[in-house]
Design a binder for this molecule. Structure first.
Ligand code: MF3
Ligand code: CO
Length: 251
């Protein structure tokens, strides 16, 4: 695991600040009739205008700036000419490389009015991320993060995806350690100040299974149920956690 200095964490805060600025702009633009390709164009222009580079574009051949994951798509949906419709939910994942450091965050949004189950799924997944962040502290166990996510998600009647995990982040998009969204508490490596983790619960309304489309990227729920995804990049600090890019430190 690579530990970052205070100066490096400030740079990662700036990279994630740009990611959250993009996600704020997307939140304002999301409406019935908007295409995911429209959102991708906005994101790429905003990132390049800030002097940064889209982190996902060309990563292992990925063809876009954003991942836009509609309804039963869990993650890695590819932006397309498809229009968002009232009642959809859409996960938007954005990564940037800025001044040598990566930022990575995701939010899931409702398009107009959505059904009660969809609203509940979004809320439980967002809460799971918040609870995960509360486990981040020096000397805490890495596995406490996944345990907190799994407990909250399953108490809400939903299931946690096993095939994709969070990750360390820094001068590479994916660094050690892996950060699963499930598991027992009190296990595995201890968290140390300077470690930066991308924590990203992916939650299915039905069963946990995943199916990949023939495009090799689009990951869907095997049972066709809805799925939601939220992600923060979080630094372990001497006093607790700092969620990067949102102008907030948490003890
Ligand atoms: N947030 C995801 C991750 O960190 C997004 C990766 S999309 C990819 O794994 F295209 F870059 F693979
Ligand atoms: Co990530």
């Amino acid at each position: 695991m690579v530990l970052k200095t205070h100066g490096e964490i400030d740079l990662m805060d700036a990279a994630n600040g740009l990611v959250h600025r993009v996600l704020d702009g997307i939140e304002k633009r999301i409406a019935p009739g908007v295409t995911t390709a429209d959102l991708d164009r906005y994101a790429e222009e905003t990132i390049r205008a800030a002097g940064a580079v889209p982190a996902f574009l060309n990563y292992r051949g990925y063809p876009a700036t954003l991942c836009t994951s509609v309804n039963d798509v869990i993650v890695h949906g590819i932006p397309a000419a498809q229009e968002l419709a009232e009642g959809d939910i859409v996960g938007v994942d954005c990564g940037v490389l800025y001044q040598g450091y990566y930022g990575d965050a995701a939010r899931s949004f409702a398009v107009g009015e959505v059904a009660g189950e969809a609203r509940n799924l979004l809320e439980v997944t967002r809460e799971a991320l918040e609870l995960a962040v509360r486990q981040v502290r020096p000397n805490g166990h890495l596995s406490d993060i996944g345990h907190a996510v799994q407990e909250h998600v399953e108490a809400g009647g939903f299931s946690v995806v096993r095939e994709f995990v969070g990750h360390g982040i820094g001068t590479a998009l994916h660094e050690d350690p892996q950060v699963p969204n499930f598991g027992h508490s009190g296990r595995g490596p201890r968290l140390q100040p300077g470690l930066v983790l991308a924590i990203e619960p992916m939650v299915n309304a039905g069963s946990a299974g995943v199916r990949i489309d023939p495009d090799g990227w689009t990951a869907r729920t095997a049972d066709g149920s809805l799925s939601a995804h939220f992600e923060f990049s979080v630094a372990v600090t001497e006093s607790g956690a700092r969620v990067l890019g949102i102008g907030e430190a948490r003890a």
